[in-house]
Design a protein around this ligand. Structure first.
Ligand code: SAM
Length: 281
């Protein structure tokens, strides 16, 4: 019985008397092709540590265990812990950790494992996709890459280039920390139960240095947030509205040679960096 088929999932559910918890985003992967894509994209080496977010019934975990030196799989649903331990008992390099990924010290796990490189992998629970990604990036946990399945619309926002409707603070933030690669598309019928949305697999290759150099990271993101806070307004107005002095803002636009009537969605990361650094002076 293949674990990744619809029948496999039904069999496991019946065997262990497991019931899905909808509020935990439990849509299990039931398509070998897309599972292969995730595992291939993660490019796991024999000396690597894999940290998996939300292993569910272990379809990805099993594949990671075959390739990596060590796997830490963090699962919030208590009911899944004994099931995962039983299903994966033949792999002595897997540790199932009962916990909330948002409350887990991923950096400490990585440092403690002492492996060469770390790959973070996960078919994410969609109700907390953005906080998971942003926390892993902002905390600079020390991973090489994050290969994730997420809602198609969120993936579009992350990969968006300046000039479009989907380009926003999330695009700037993720692209600041990582190079983003679109790996695969996954229509909803590839999951059991099928979610209401389609999905996309992305790989975020963590940059050694951020995409642009800024004087102060926190301040840079404050400016980005202010700019997109009122994205229909001109930049001078949206940034002033975000708590900056309007005369100072006008002065900075003049100094850096940027048109103040532009909209936030047209600015590249470099232009946001110039603006933030100018406002800091
Ligand atoms: N990896 C499995 C697969 O692909 O079939 C399951 C993916 S399912 C979309 C998301 C998983 O994340 C579920 O098993 C769910 O219980 C778990 N989860 C939800 N919230 C979590 C959290 N805060 N921390 C860790 N795991 C969580």
């Amino acid at each position: 019985m293949e674990l990744y088929s619809e029948e496999g999932i039904k069999y496991i559910r019946k065997k262990y008397g497991f019931h899905n918890t909808k509020s935990l985003g439990q849509n299990f992967l039931a398509d070998k092709g897309v599972i292969d894509s995730i595992i291939e994209a993660a490019s796991i080496d024999p000396e690597d540590l894999v940290i998996e977010i939300g292993p569910g019934l272990g379809v990805l975990t099993q594949r990671e265990a075959e390739l990596a030196k060590k796997v830490y799989a963090i699962e919030l649903d208590r009911d899944l812990i004994p099931i995962l331990n039983d299903l994966l008992k033949s792999y002595d390099n897997v540790e199932i950790i009962h916990g909330d990924i948002l409350k887990t010290d991923v950096k400490a796990l990585i440092e403690g494992a002492g492996c060469e490189k770390t790959r973070i992998v996960g078919n994410l629970p969609y109700y907390i996709t953005t906080p998971i990604i942003m926390q892993l990036l902002e905390k600079k946990v020390g991973a090489e890459s994050i290969t994730i399945m997420l809602q198609k619309e969120v993936a579009e926002r992350i990969t968006a280039e300046p000039g479009g409707r989907t380009y926003g603070a999330l695009s700037v933030a993720v692209q600041y920390y990582a190079e983003v690669v679109t790996v695969a598309q996954a229509p909803s019928h590839m999951f059991v139960p099928a979610p209401k949305v389609d999905s996309t697999v992305l790989r975020l290759d963590i940059r050694k240095n951020p995409a642009v150099e800024v004087k102060d990271e926190e301040f840079f993101f404050k400016v980005v947030k202010a700019a997109f806070g009122q994205r229909r307004k001109t930049l001078i107005n949206s940034i002033s509205g975000g708590g900056f002095n309007k005369d100072k803002v006008k002065e900075v636009f003049e100094k850096i040679g940027m048109e103040g009537n532009r909209r936030a969605e047209t600015l590249s990361l470099e232009e946001f960096a110039d603006l933030a650094d100018g406002l800091m002076e």
